[in-house]
Design a protein around this ligand. Structure first.
Ligand code: AHM
Ligand code: MG
Length: 338
């Protein structure tokens, strides 16, 4: 056997999963394959972003009133096109679309899965060649097969999620994918253009030294959050410190590092924006699912993220996420100081 055969590709991995679980229909694997393919197209475009005339804003605003970058558009279209042409997805909810996109045709209406996504997270980083990511989550529809999907199919609590993942476009490009069977990381091998299983069975260390928060908002955080951050600043060696502050401006990258090395990421509510910035359905939920399956925790400060019943497609939610022991200390601070 040659060396390259030791690296299992994403396709080989999904085939192996199907062999191990003969009751599986292959629909989820098909969906994952389409996502992987779309993300390879996005990756190619991200890599040439500095060369192509693709940098800069389109000049229109998305639903959240933020300027849409051209790459956001490209990523959104690449994923929606790919999923629309696959036969395994009935509709998509995206950060870039006001309403759900319903693939209303005979085959799609008989697909059991819907997908929620942030096609390009951290898009403020594009112009400066810093990490960006794609985030997605997959749910089984609750509406009957044979009909177009409805908003209710997308407004399910995270604990009903079937699978979730993210792609980080960084020094290398990686797809991290979680189902209830665990979390696996696949690195894109540019020589063969395939995602290869590089990080099997990922586990989030219960304790780490990294903490990630936007300190520019410190004065607007609650007393409990401020108290926790103060503790982070002064951890002694005996307490597992000293801690190191890292904030990239792309939650995928911050959470990816913390997932591998151990750490905590937060985007709390502030006095002027009590619900914070991040979107529950396609930012908080998928990352909460992945980190939870890797042994970590995710909360909005009051309840587990995955237990929240969503009320609207683009709703925002405070997010605290990461290593179990660090999360427990944070939640204790919030309980004591609010
Ligand atoms: P985006 O989806 O518009 O890119 O926003 C989400 C990003 C997160 O990835 C990141 O952690 C956060 O926004 C940074 O926001 P801020 O600059 O307010 O700290
Ligand atoms: Mg985002």
């Amino acid at each position: 056997m040659t060396n390259s055969r030791k690296l299992m590709t994403l396709d080989e991995y999904t085939i192996q999963e199907l062999r191990n679980f003969p009751q599986a229909t292959g629909e989820l694997s098909g969906l994952l394959r389409s996502i992987g393919l779309a993300c390879k197209r996005i990756n190619a475009e991200v890599n040439r972003a500095g060369l192509a005339d693709i940098l800069g804003a389109v000049g229109i605003e998305n639903v959240q009133g933020e300027e849409v970058q051209k790459l956001d558009d490209f990523a959104n279209n690449a994923l929606i096109d790919m999923l629309n042409h696959s036969i395994f997805c009935a509709g998509v909810g995206s950060e870039e679309n006001d309403d759900i996109v319903v693939f209303n045709d005979a085959i799609s209406n008989n697909s059991k899965y819907v997908l929620l996504m942030d096609p390009l997270d951290g898009s403020g980083n594009i112009d400066v060649n810093v990490n960006i990511g794609t985030i997605f989550s997959i749910f089984k529809r609750v509406s009957p097969l044979g009909q177009p999907v409805t908003l209710e199919d997308f407004l399910q609590p995270g604990n009903k999620m079937v699978a979730a993942g993210y792609v980080i476009y960084g020094s290398s490009t990686m797809l991290v994918y979680a189902t209830r069977r665990g979390v696996n990381g696949f690195t894109l091998d540019p020589r063969i253009g395939e995602f290869c299983l590089s990080h099997p069975n990922m586990q989030c260390p219960p304790q780490g030294v990294f903490y990630s928060a936007n300190y520019g908002n410190y004065g607007k955080f609650s007393s409990g959050v401020q108290e926790y951050l103060k503790r982070c600043e002064s951890k002694t060696k005996e307490e597992g410190g000293p801690y190191t502050e890292r904030y990239i401006g792309c939650m995928v990258a911050d959470i990816h590092r913390n997932l591998i090395k151990g750490g905590i990421f937060m985007y709390p509510g502030t006095s002027n924006k009590p619900q914070g910035k991040l979107r529950l359905l396609y930012e908080c939920n998928p990352l909460a699912f992945i980190v939870h399956l890797a042994g970590g925790m995710a909360s909005n400060g009051v309840q587990p993220i995955l237990d929240i019943k969503p009320s609207s497609l683009h709703q925002r939610m405070p997010l605290f996420i990461g290593s179990k022991l660090m999360m427990e200390e944070l939640l204790q601070c919030l309980q004591e100081k609010g």
